[in-house]
Design a binder for this molecule. Structure first.
Ligand code: G4P
Length: 284
């Protein structure tokens, strides 16, 4: 299957990002904890150079806890500030304030030397579609925060959310586009549902997912669908899933498409278990 996506919006999104990034001190980048490498666009490193950087491993509730720790260490080692969060429940969000201060320490110090005191840090949230940007902004900003409206020197129409006297957030997140450097990246984006399913062959995708799960999370698969221990052929495993979940066509024939959709749905919602699709060691 050939994974392709994102046609015309890319240039527009990039231009928007270039404009917005000039206004801010700190880039808060959300990545999907299940695919922290494939859900990044490395162009952000170029766009955000000279800015303070914070990476949030979002949807950490769906990802393997051990892998979350490995990815935290990986990004830290690359010089980023990093935290794991669940934007949906708000877990991990409390720790952000302290980390922001630390990430912006140099900027605050620079301001102070120039006699600028108490100017809030300005931040933008960026990430690929569906990574949880809006959920995060809502959860982080909460209801208590007032929008501050236009400010001098800020492009008309831009809204800042004042989180406290030290931090303001641009209310529109920056959309990054995934980078299809390889079919492998495309496949992982398809697994997590970051691609339009209508253009995908779901059965093939499900077989690929089973292939991966059999290597890293075999027991989770067996437990969820009561697959015989000795079964190792992905296509046969899909048939077991279909039987287990009664995915049949009218005449009683196995409905592979339905079983595939069910498996992908279960995976995306974390029903199979906490699963991470890539590890830092594989990314060299
Ligand atoms: P975006 O702005 O980056 O495009 O993403 P958005 O916030 O719209 O979130 C995309 C989906 O991811 C939403 O689900 C949202 O609830 C879910 N989500 C965001 N953060 C987390 C997280 O940390 N953990 C989990 N498990 N899910 C998260 P949806 O099904 O599209 O909407 P809804 O039914 O949840 O409202």
């Amino acid at each position: 299957m050939n994974y392709q996506w994102y046609p015309g919006h890319m240039m527009k999104a990039k231009r928007m990002m270039q404009e917005n990034i000039k206004l801010i001190d700190l880039v808060i980048e959300l990545v999907d904890a299940r695919i922290p490498f494939s859900s990044r666009n490395p162009d952000i490193d170029e766009l955000g150079k000279n800015k303070s950087r914070l990476i949030l491993l979002n949807k950490s509730d769906l990802a393997d806890e051990k892998c979350n720790k490995e990815w935290m260490a990986y990004f830290k080692q690359k010089g980023f500030h990093v935290l794991e969060i669940n934007a949906k429940t708000g877990a991990g969000i409390k720790a952000i304030q302290g980390t922001v201060k630390e990430a912006c320490r140099e900027k605050i110090e620079r301001d102070r030397k120039r006699g600028i005191i108490n100017r809030p840090v300005r931040a933008i949230v960026v990430g690929i579609p569906n990574v949880g940007k809006s959920t995060f902004i809502n959860s982080y900003a909460g209801k208590a925060c007032a929008k501050t409206g236009n400010k001098p020197g800020v492009t008309k129409g831009k809204q800042w959310i004042r989180l406290n006297k030290e931090l303001e957030l641009l209310d529109t997140p920056g959309i990054l586009w995934p980078k299809f450097e390889s079919q492998d990246v495309g496949r992982k984006l398809a697994f997590i549902g970051s691609m339009n399913d209508e253009i995908l062959q779901m059965t093939e995708l499900a077989i690929d997912l089973i292939d991966f799960l059999m290597i890293y999370y075999k027991q989770l698969l067996i437990d969820r669908y009561q697959i015989p221990e000795k079964e190792e052929i992905p296509h046969k495993i899909l048939e077991h899933i279909c039987e287990n979940r009664k995915c049949y066509k009218k005449g009683g024939e196995i409905d592979h498409e339905k079983g595939a959709a069910l498996l992908l749905d279960d995976f995306r919602l974390g029903r199979i278990g906490r699963i991470t699709l890539e590890r830092p060691g594989e990314m060299a």
